[in-house]
Write a protein that binds this ligand. Structure first.
Ligand SMILES: [Zn+2]
Length: 139
């Protein structure tokens, strides 16, 4: 996206190794997200997903090498296109413009990158820590 110095590193959810440019993506199964979004009935609403992080039907964003597995119907962001916070902000605006995104855990995915103490190992991680306390970005 930009020619700026990389600020984020992508770590594979499967093999836990760094993902180089051209080697993988941040992705979500778009079909599953659409199914979850449209599975609502009179008793619930897509808005019920807002703020949720633990629903069993919320669809997870993944970060993987192409060779480590990907669904047949991904909406994907190649890792070389999301290497800076500016890129991440752009993609956040883009992804959250999709109706089905409300049924995904993009918000939690973002928080895991901003607040490394929340994180599992995989995902997008800051290259430079915010200090020895490893405080969240913005604090
Ligand atoms: Zn991998």
């Amino acid at each position: 996206m930009t020619d700026q110095t990389p600020e984020l590193t992508a770590i594979c959810d499967v093999c836990l190794q760094a993902i180089g440019d051209g080697e993988g993506s941040v992705w979500v199964d778009q079909g599953d997200a659409n199914d979850a979004f449209y599975s609502v009935d009179d008793s619930n609403s897509p808005l019920d997903f807002l703020g949720e992080t633990t629903r069993s039907d919320i669809v997870a964003w993944r970060t993987t090498h192409a060779d480590c597995g990907m669904t047949d119907n991904p909406y994907k962001i190649e890792v070389e296109r999301i290497r800076t916070w500016q890129d991440f902000l752009y993609w956040s605006a883009h992804v959250t413009g999709k109706k089905w995104s409300v049924a995904t855990d993009w918000r939690l995915f973002t928080l895991r990158s901003l607040e490394p103490q929340r994180a599992a190992v995989g995902g997008l991680r800051p290259i430079r820590p915010q200090g020895l306390a490893w405080n969240p970005i913005g604090s």
